[in-house]
Write a protein that binds this ligand. Structure first.
Ligand code: DC
Length: 220
């Protein structure tokens, strides 16, 4: 059972994906964390992230290892635990530029497919291009949306003390960059089910996705 959950930032993708995987006994993969880990490595090694050729040349170097336990997703780069450092403002502001480079996407997509293939009991994979490009044969595809206001409010709630207007603007900028890049942009797959989470609680979204997966399992 492969479940692809895509959508822009702040729609509740991570919380939903982890809870669904936990409830159904599936593995979990946060693909955004992998792009963040790649970005963290570029920044830490002095690669100019405004230079796509420099990023492309270095894309094969970092060794990114992702854990798949929904209760405690782990990520290391060259053996270093980067779960904290990949969430900084600096990485967040640079991740769209790094993830737009085709060489980065090819390497990380390959890693994602091998992790999904190795998940014995199935996996929930969250990202931007999972249903369209990485795992187009996923059994269930969900596309989460929410109003920009709701997304910014959720993000600034997560990052305490951060200004709401600045969060809103940064989020809109990142979505625009992720949606307009040439290589596998953020997009809803034709066969994905869209769930607008603006007026829903996390529990309601989780219930909705769990029901969709169970219906699919029963029909198999
Ligand atoms: O989900 P997130 O905010 O942690 O993702 C960080 C960035 O990674 C996002 O702005 C775009 C990129 N990303 C991507 O290009 N493809 C994915 N499948 C997941 C994330």
């Amino acid at each position: 059972m492969i479940v692809a959950i895509d959508g822009p930032a702040g729609t509740g993708k991570s919380s939903t994906s982890r809870a669904v995987a936990g409830q159904l006994g599936l593995s979990y993969l946060d693909t955004g964390a992998q792009y963040r880990a790649m970005t963290w490595w570029m920044v830490s090694n002095g690669v100019d992230v405004s230079d796509p050729a420099a990023i492309a040349a270095a894309a094969g170097k970092p060794e990114i290892v992702s854990g798949t336990d929904p209760a405690g997703p782990a990520i290391t780069v060259d053996g270093v635990d980067v779960a904290g450092p990949i969430r900084t403002q600096e990485v967040t502001s640079k991740v769209s530029a790094v993830s737009a480079v085709p060489e980065v996407r090819t390497r990380i997509s390959r890693l994602q497919r091998s992790i999904a293939a190795a998940a014995e009991h199935g996996i929930v994979v969250e990202g931007r291009d999972i249903g369209t490009t990485v795992l187009p044969d996923a059994h269930v595809k969900i596309f989460l949306t929410a109003s920009p206001e709701a997304r910014a409010a959720r993000r600034s709630g997560e990052l305490k003390g951060v200004d709401l207007t600045a969060t809103h603007e940064a989020l809109i900028r990142r979505d625009a960059a992720d949606s307009s890049r040439k290589a596998s942009p953020l997009a809803k797959a034709a066969d994905a089910i869209e769930v607008d989470t603006t007026e829903l609680t996390l529990q309601q979204v989780v219930e909705c996705v769990v029901t969709l997966v169970e219906e699919k399992r029963a029909a198999k």
